[in-house]
Design a protein around this ligand. Structure first.
Ligand code: RIB
Ligand code: CA
Length: 312
């Protein structure tokens, strides 16, 4: 029985590779993609999501456009990392499939209310605005979501867009606070984990030499995406963030972490969006998330190569 998931995303090259992995994995049933403003505005993340599904041979996966901006703060985007289109690197054909007319937040609520309680998992790869809005619109979904697996935050590795905050949480800290306080089981995959998943030249070559279109497209996305972080961190390759979310669902034993409290800074401009992790349980705050701190990077890239090689 495949696991029904909704992927909430702001593609983004790393989002795209996460979506490739999900599509290539029969263990998962991708009910739909919901897009959010993040790396680039939602018009572009919605276009990119459809491009990705179509190049992966799945034009049937519905894409629903979501929030154009965070709950309270102004939108911050990341074209310097992802390029003007948000998916710079390969030239991918414009999508033939139209966007769904239903608003992403309504789709999330409807899907969770229509499916048996505790069956649908949310995989979030961008700012949590859509999930926050869905919780505000229908609080009952909190007890119906099987789990939320989210890429975001950083604690031991601190931040990537500010010294204190990781991009997805920084863009919409108020939505993140709603999510981390809603009571749904959460697995958080922060920079502490994803910084171990480096797109080294050898790993990228494995995609480039595949005899399909998704493998070389993955390599071309990584060629573009990794340059910003290689320059920043001085490493061979850059961190591959979002695919860790899907890989955790598929092979959780590649990862390790522990159940702790995660609280979101929403007051101080200096540390806005910081994920404050009570790793040593020094407070009595509720243990609301399993925070993943390590990944078997070779195992992760073996899984990615194995699955993406099966795509068109
Ligand atoms: O900080 C990394 C996260 O921000 C990833 O999800 C990347 O796609 C960007 O959205
Ligand atoms: Ca993302």
């Amino acid at each position: 029985m495949s696991i029904p998931i909704i992927i909430d995303t702001d593609p983004g090259q790393d989002d795209a590779i996460a979506i490739f992995l999900a599509i290539a994995s029969p263990e998962l049933n991708v009910i739909g993609l919901t897009t959010v403003a993040g790396n680039v505005p939602v018009r572009l993340t919605s276009l990119n999501a459809r491009k990705i599904c179509e190049v992966a041979g799945r034009p049937d996966i519905p894409v629903f456009a979501g929030a154009e901006r965070p709950l309270l703060r102004h939108l911050v985007t990341a074209e310097e990392v992802h390029g003007r289109t948000g998916l710079d690197g390969p030239v991918l054909p414009d999508p033939q499939t139209p966007l769904q007319s239903e608003y992403a937040v309504d789709f999330i609520v409807r899907t969770l209310m229509d499916h048996p309680s505790g069956t649908v998992s949310l995989c979030t790869l961008g700012p949590l605005t859509n999930i926050g809005l869905a919780l505000l619109r229908e609080p009952r979904i909190a007890s119906r979501i099987k789990q939320i697996v989210a890429m975001g935050g950083g604690y031991f590795e601190q931040g990537n867009i500010t010294p204190a905050a990781e991009f997805n949480i920084f863009v919409d800290p108020h939505a993140a606070r709603l999510v981390f306080e809603c009571g749904t089981p959460i697995t958080l995959i922060p920079l502490d984990c994803t910084h171990q998943a480096l797109t080294t030249a050898k790993r990228v070559e494995a995609f480039r030499t595949m005899q399909n279109r998704c493998g070389p497209a993955t390599a071309e996305m990584l060629d573009f995406f990794e340059r910003f972080d290689e320059n920043k961190y001085g490493t061979d390759g850059g961190p591959l963030h979002d695919p860790c979310v899907i890989a955790w669902l598929l092979q959780p034993t590649l990862f390790s972490g522990k159940l702790v409290n995660v609280s979101i800074e929403c007051e101080s401009e200096l540390t806005m969006g910081a994920t404050v992790v009570d790793w040593w349980h020094v407070t009595r705050r509720p243990r609301n998330a399993t925070v993943i701190r390590s990944v078997d990077a070779d195992g992760l890239f073996r899984l990615l190569a194995e699955r993406i090689s099966t795509l068109p």
